[in-house]
Design a protein around this ligand. Structure first.
Ligand SMILES: C[S@@+](CC[C@H](N)C(=O)[O-])C[C@H]1O[C@@H](n2cnc3c(N)ncnc32)[C@H](O)[C@@H]1O
Length: 174
């Protein structure tokens, strides 16, 4: 389920290039994408990871420590939407990466919007769904196809869908 290596390298570079200090990830699995984002943060930067699965994310913790970035990463276990809603709107992020349940993406995007800093960047993974957004086969495909269409017309964000790996959408908060 983890992102492709070139996507990880791209996300690390992007995190550093936009000067992100505070980041959030929704959907951590065994920690590879988090490792890439954490590596792009400055020494005093921080990444909040939200995931529902304790067993998979425990793998990540070991490797974050081995890579020397464990101190930059906080992991919260639980339903990501509930965890997000518990965050005060005054707590802002420079960069967010969303890679969890696909039907949850619209709600994640809405909850993230007030919590993103001006010019903050939200990255959405799997927005091409292996091409199935053009001919949706599943509930997940339909959810992402509908989200792509609504984001293209959403004035709150400047949007680009890059054909990187399985599709990576970048949203800049206007
Ligand atoms: C595709 S994997 C993430 C892969 C990870 N970003 C990487 O590159 O290694 C999706 C993750 O989302 C988590 N997830 C699914 N539904 C969730 C929910 N409602 N709340 C929190 N995490 C959820 C799963 O436990 C899983 O670890």
């Amino acid at each position: 389920m983890q992102i492709a290596p070139e996507q990880g390298a791209f996300m690390q570079l992007l995190t550093a290039a936009v000067g992100a200090r505070r980041a959030i990830e929704i959907g951590t699995f065994t920690g590879f994408s988090a490792l890439c984002i954490a590596r792009g943060l400055p020494g005093d930067g921080s990444l909040l990871c939200l995931d529902i699965n304790e067993e998979w994310t425990a793998v990540g913790r070991r490797f974050w420590d081995r890579a020397g970035v464990g101190h930059r990463i906080e992991l919260r276990i639980g339903d990501a939407l509930a965890s997000l809603r518990e965050l005060p709107e005054t707590e802002t992020f420079d960069l967010a990466f969303v890679d969890a349940d696909k039907t949850g993406y619209p709600a994640y995007v809405n909850e993230l919007h007030p919590r993103m800093a001006a010019n903050g960047l939200v990255l959405l993974d799997n927005t091409l769904r292996d091409g199935h957004v053009l001919d949706p086969q599943s509930l997940d495909d339909r959810a992402i196809a509908a989200l792509n269409a609504s984001l293209a017309a959403d004035p709150r964000w400047e949007t680009v869908l890059l054909p990187v790996a399985d599709g990576l959408t970048l949203l800049r908060k206007r």
